[in-house]
Design a protein around this ligand. Structure first.
Ligand code: NAP
Length: 312
């Protein structure tokens, strides 16, 4: 007998889908991942304070929130395998989901594998990550550690423009460091940056390293036109250099957009394959918040439950 529903991924989207699916008596199986796409629990596992997830007036540590979500999934009977999915077959039903340890058949599938924020992998990065470095200004920018300090945003897309504008609420000044001489961001987002007196754009420049002992104190910049390097003092560095959706295993099996995100029908979590649903950042390049991921996880479980009921 196939499982009713297999959930791949264990961030807020996957666990919310699991809680709803389990409470609908679908006895979900979850592959929470092992190393593909980061660590089980998703991007919140590498965040510190989460202050914008409703219900936690004092904030909560990212890993603590994920542990609570995982416990909630287990409480309602979700069976969790700490394994990466290495192969899926969505062309025949029941669907097949395989890891190095097992192969599972499923009547329906919920994809919640998330996206991985790109990093520059600078020499000082491993040491200073979460000590003044982040890939999410909206998540971390309001933390006291970043207040009234000069901050650096790296990138030239919509995220870099949006996040640098957001950071001006807290920072003494925001530098946007971009490797070319023009942004790829939409005109309206660019204009917001250019109009903001607290933002200075440093064109044609790359970040070579991040400097600091226990916390970020500067970045080393290199002008790509002149080759000149210099240190720029700052209290934080935010990467906004794009995301890679974790969809490699689904390539060729369901519709992905040009950037590799799973395409869902507007207003639903239905993918191009009936019975396969997607939620969270793997299908959302716009909002990317823990709470929106959780919300879409709920939608995926409800869509899945209704689809299974119609199939029977
Ligand atoms: P993006 O559009 O892919 O932009 C990434 C930026 O980072 C580019 O400017 C790129 O430079 C730069 N970059 C990439 N790799 C780099 C590297 N190794 N070193 C230095 N710079 C590097 O990513 P995004 O801004 O996150 O946006 C992703 C998608 O979400 C887009 O479709 C965007 O429109 C959408 N989005 C929309 C909103 C909104 O509408 N509110 C907000 C955020 C994002 P180059 O320009 O030289 O390639």
């Amino acid at each position: 007998m196939p499982e009713s529903v297999v959930i791949i991924g264990s961030g807020p989207a996957g666990h919310t889908a699991a809680v709803y699916a389990a409470r609908a008596n679908l006895k979900p199986v979850m592959f929470e991942g092992y190393s593909t796409g980061g660590i089980p629990g998703g991007q919140l596992m590498t965040t510190t304070e989460v202050e914008n997830y409703p219900g936690f007036p004092q904030g909560i540590q990212g890993p603590e929130l994920m542990e609570a979500l995982r416990k909630q999934s287990l409480r309602f009977g979700t069976r969790i395998f700490t394994e990466d999915v290495t192969r899926v077959d969505l062309k025949t039903r029941p669907f097949t989901v395989a890891s190095s340890e097992r192969t599972v058949q499923a009547s329906a599938l919920i994809i919640a594998t998330g996206a991985t924020a790109r990093r520059l992998n600078l020499p000082g990065e491993a040491r200073l990550w979460t000590k003044g470095m982040s890939a999410c200004a909206v998540c971390d920018g309001a933390l006291p550690v970043f207040r009234n300090k000069p901050l650096v945003v790296v990138g030239g897309g919509d995220s870099a423009c949006e996040e640098s504008t957001f950071l001006t609420k807290f920072a003494s000044k925001v530098y946007v460091v971009h490797r070319r001489d023009q942004f790829r961001a939409s005109k309206i987002m660019q204009e917001r940056v250019f109009k903001n007196p607290k933002i200075e754009v440093i064109w044609n420049t790359v970040v070579e390293d991040v400097v600091g002992d226990d916390a970020v104190s500067a970045v080393r910049l290199k002008d790509v036109k002149t080759g000149k390097t210099r240190n720029l003092a700052c209290g934080g560095v935010f990467y906004a250099i794009g995301f890679d959706p974790n969809t490699a295993v689904f390539k060729g099996q369901l519709e992905l957009d040009a950037d590799g995100y799973v395409v869902t029908q507007p207003g639903t979590t239905q993918t191009s394959v009936p019975g396969v649903f997607a939620c969270g950042d793997v299908q959302d390049k716009h909002y990317r918040q823990a709470v929106t991921a959780a919300g879409s996880g709920c939608m995926a479980a409800l869509d899945c439950e209704r689809w299974l009921a119609d199939e029977r």
